[in-house]
Design a protein around this ligand. Sequence first.
Ligand code: ADP
Ligand code: MG
Length: 249
Amino acid sequence: MLEIEDLHVTVADKPILKGLNLTVPAGEVHAIMGPNGAGKSTTSYTLAGREGYEVTSGAIRFKGEDIVDLPPEERAAKGMFLAFQSPIEIPGVTNMNFLKAAVSSQARLRGEKEPGPAEFLKMVRAAAKTLNVSEDMLKRPLNVGFSGGEKKRNEVLQMTLLKPYLAVLDETDSGLDIDALKLVAQGVNALRSPERSFLVITHYQRLLDYIEPDVVHILAGGRIVKSGDKTLARALEDHGYDAVIGKAA
Ligand code: ADP
Ligand code: MG
């Protein structure tokens, strides 16, 4: 599904990713953990194709195709989804209209039929209900006045409606209380399937109690320094980054 090979990325001329290697096969959930400033968000923005994140060398292949030169919307059309660490507020656009625009544009880009208004409303309401996203949150401008937890649940709502092949969740757990965390995990677990992969980026082990990763990677200094099974996350929680990865942190 996703193959990142010897990836080097600079942000504002500063090298941030320095030889990142990562392979996520279809159907698997991989977690990336790492200290603050390790390059976790840089990795997710680079995958999404955000402006200012310059790939200086290396390759990113998504479903077998090198996507480094593709704009964000084409990556999204191919089925890549990024849930932001800090979702932005868009005052002029209601959440519902935003969701409709996202789903419709993706359907168009994929050459599929756009859902009609009634069908769309039904889809949104069903997904919103499972994520405890209120009718009021659907009617309000996107993310405006949403609490941290509401923003994160709304990101998972978008993911649920867009049904991506690869979902990258950047610290979707930060700022969530335990009930919201469980809802987010449920949302992810409900979408798990043999043709869908997840990259779950998190600073804490807690989320991984609810979303069982197949592989846990530790990112430090702009590269993956260690990979293992979910016990690696537990070891980090118990002993800290320094003890588990030594000087690489
Ligand atoms: P993490 O998500 O692992 O905490 P980031 O990927 O956000 O780490 O940041 C990695 C490094 O890149 C940090 O040293 C940070 O200061 C730097 N960085 C991130 N974004 C920018 C930016 N827009 N301009 C300059 N430096 C940045
Ligand atoms: Mg980050």
